[in-house]
Write a protein that binds this ligand. Sequence first.
Ligand code: ADP
Ligand code: MG
Ligand code: MG
Ligand code: MG
Length: 392
Amino acid sequence: VKSSIYKPLTESEAIALAKRLQLFTENSNLTCKEIGDGNLNLVFKITDTDNGNGIIIKQALPYAKVVGESWPLTLDRARIEAHALLKQSEFVPQFVPKVYYTDEQLAITIMEDLSHLQIARAALIEGKELPLLSTHIGEFLAKTLFYTSDYAVNQHFKKSLVKQFINPDLCKITEDLVFTDPFFNHDTNNFEQELGQDVERIWQDQELKLAVAKLKQKFLTKAEALLHGDLHTGSIFADENETKVIDPEFAYFGPIGFDVGQVFGNFLLNAFSRNAENQEVLFTHIETTWNVFVKEFSKAWKNDAAEIFAKTEGYLEDVLSEIFEEAVGFAGCEIIRRTIGLAHVADLDTLQPFDKKISTKQLALSVGSELIKNQKAIKNPCQFKEYVKQTV
Ligand code: ADP
Ligand code: MG
Ligand code: MG
Ligand code: MG
């Protein structure tokens, strides 16, 4: 099927495309609804009203709506998202949506409809346990990251992969919104005036800012593995049995600890929002994510690491401890930017009453700063709990 040049689809054009691609039978009765919640992409859900079967068409828009302005954003991210999903499905098909069709010109990916699952952030806010979430995410991280890294991949092939996933526009968003703006008085920042003193303390903290600059430099230069790049709990669909990771449009070759740290950071953001007696399940999710990651990464290493790495004693342990140290720092950056930066999380923003929201955000800022400054002291995921309990 030959596609036209780019234009944003309407709902009826989305239906026509699905029919043209024979994703449904000729006479199906189809409904279509645009369900995207972001400012960057359209998400069409097309359903056959006779049997309930459906598909999703995700289409990139050529701009992002931010702070009232329009920010041009390459459509190439749709190609990156589709290729990242396909690459991840080589290692963990059980944890990503099936891709049915992609079109670079139209900037679309057509994929499995996951509406039977719930976005993990929403489920955690409702207090659902999602008992397998961290087991699955630990395995997702270990396999997608190990098998796209130089530890496993022939160096020549690895460089051809790096080239496919050059993603400067989306990386720039992270470089600015995660590693820069929240630590300076930038107009993208967004926080309640009651947090003014806490924010000022961050902006004055030279030790903190030095550590953040080093983390940013790692993000810019360490092409270790193909990251998801935006692995917050809003990018995960889950229920009691299943977990699916969506939305890898920020994929690029970066430091493994970044993906791991975003997962830790988002579990912690949800933990902050809970009373002490309900926090334990989140600390357990963090520990399980890391323990499963270590187990699966080590297994993959034993089976498939290139000889120079596999046969060098102590090297695996060294790699794992560096990933953990970086993840602690990246988790701290994620927590701070989700509290005072441009893009917030509902875990904190929906807290009531107002005083409780403010005091919880103060806790988030303190814990985030402590993680960044104590990357080397924190050796084990059990210690996150101590930092949350000790910090006021
Ligand atoms: P964005 O990059 O704009 O954040 P996402 O890929 O995260 O887009 O999708 C936005 C929303 O669209 C999701 O939160 C979810 O509600 C819905 N969505 C996306 N992909 C699917 C899917 N495969 N099945 C069902 N709903 C989906
Ligand atoms: Mg979104
Ligand atoms: Mg998303
Ligand atoms: Mg996205």
